[in-house]
Design a protein around this ligand. Structure first.
Ligand code: BGC
Length: 416
């Protein structure tokens, strides 16, 4: 134990929850926030907990999209030593709830008036059988295209607003000797591109029918064929070293002008920000072609596991309250690239990309364009999501035809 931790462990905590004084305790938090921007974000939570006299035990498992982290989590829960909290989101929260291993944190939610502070689309996901079991940290938007304007200028290209302009810009960047599309060949990144393309090609109603409701006719119909045809074209603009590349290294290629564009959620903005880059000047956040009127949401949350000791239970409630505090929601999201999960958060310190995200989330929640991200575990259960992701990865890494892909997709959608 470091000296600082020993001191903290011996000082009575000052945090108050529901009028109860919390004694020094520990929270162990499993997450996969290990890139530059992500690490800065989670460090704010650690700081906040330590300021409340609670020891932060970091359980970081590297690997974008969280697959490695979920494997580590399963092993820990099976062995009877679940962490205090883990970065789990969407329908997976329900899957863990069914296992009977999640903690009820209604005490923190009632005290903090969460029902009144959260949009329904967020609070519904945080509850299992009507009780809060998770605390939301943010709302990420996935359907972004990150662009280096300097690269566009060099190539004589303009910022694309539709697919024709996108491929025109990609051609020009390629001709200028640069990489048009920065990508990392990992299944979850392939899925991230796929869902933005499906949304851009087919619109939100198609996306919902095909990817959320898994309607067989939509999964195999002409719009899905066109989605895969578009992906085939996209593949020709990705460099040959993309296999296995981490997402943040792909983002770095856009940051340093090696590549022009990247399809990625706004955790990528955390990398631009950490590199001291300014939105609208050093980089552009454009909605992925054809998706201006839609918003794929990806809500990160810390899901709470049952802990035995009374002190640990109190510390867990303090953690939940801290996560939902306006201060944390602001500082975390300024670093993470996302926007606060709390409704009505102050916009003063956020950049133009975040403001656009806030406005578009409001607008799309009224228009029907607000849709859950499939690639980031918000749309369907994990077995089906995994099987569909495998099909997309296979498509991206082979010469599979669009016809074969849609048939495989429909089959994967039945996975149990
Ligand atoms: C998570 C983000 C994370 C990203 C890259 C997404 O699924 O929601 O918090 O930054 O993966 O690991």
């Amino acid at each position: 134990m470091k000296l600082k931790q020993i001191v903290q462990a011996t000082i009575a905590a000052t945090a108050l929850i529901a009028g109860v004084q919390v004694q020094a305790a520990e929270v162990e938090v499993l997450h996969y926030w290990t890139s530059g921007g992500e690490a800065k974000s989670v460090a704010e939570l650690k700081k906040m907990m330590e300021a409340k006299g609670i020891v932060w035990k970091d359980f970081a498992v590297a690997g974008g999209g969280g697959e490695n982290a979920m494997t580590a989590l399963k092993a820990r829960v099976i062995s009877g030593s679940a962490p205090t909290a883990a970065q789990i989101k969407g329908p997976s929260i329900q899957e863990w709830g069914k296992e009977g291993v999640l903690a009820n944190i209604d005490a923190a939610a009632t005290e903090g008036k969460w029902d009144a502070s959260l949009p329904k689309v967020v609070s519904n996901i945080m509850k299992y059988q009507g009780h809060y079991v998770a605390a939301p940290v943010n709302v990420h938007r996935v359907n972004w295209l990150w662009v280096n304007p300097e690269v566009l200028k060099k190539a004589g290209a303009k910022a694309p607003t539709n697919w024709d302009e996108f491929f025109d810009a990609a051609d020009k960047i390629k001709k200028a000797g640069l990489i048009a599309i920065a990508h990392g060949g990992q299944p979850w990144q392939d899925a991230t591109v796929f869902e933005s393309v499906a949304l851009g090609v087919g619109g939100p109603d198609f996306y919902k029918k095909a990817i959320v409701q898994l309607d067989p006719a939509s999964l195999t119909g002409p719009t899905m064929i066109k989605t895969f045809d578009t992906l085939t074209k996209i593949k020709t603009y990705i460099d040959k070293d993309a296999a296995g590349r981490d997402w943040n290294l792909a983002t770095a290629m856009v940051i340093n002008g090696k590549a022009g564009m990247q399809f990625m959620g706004d955790w990528a903005k955390g990398e631009f920000t950490a590199a001291g880059k300014v939105a609208g000047k050093d980089f552009l956040c454009l909605t992925a072609p054809g998706t201006e009127k839609a918003f794929t949401f990806n809500i990160d949350s810390l899901t709470m596991f049952k802990v035995k000791d009374a002190d640990q239970q109190k510390a867990q409630l303090v953690l939940a309250s801290a996560v939902m505090s306006p201060e944390f929601q602001e500082v975390f999201n300024l670093n993470k690239g996302s926007i606060p999960a709390r409704a009505g958060a102050s916009r003063a310190k956020f950049d133009s990309c975040a403001i656009k995200s806030m406005d578009d989330m409001d607008a799309t929640s009224k228009s029907g364009g607000l849709v859950p991200s499939f690639a980031h575990g918000m749309a369907i259960d994990s077995a089906k999501a995994g099987a569909i992701q495998d099909v997309i990865a296979k498509f991206m890494n082979s010469t599979m035809t669009s016809q074969a892909a849609v048939q495989a997709l429909a089959k994967a959608a039945k996975a149990k």
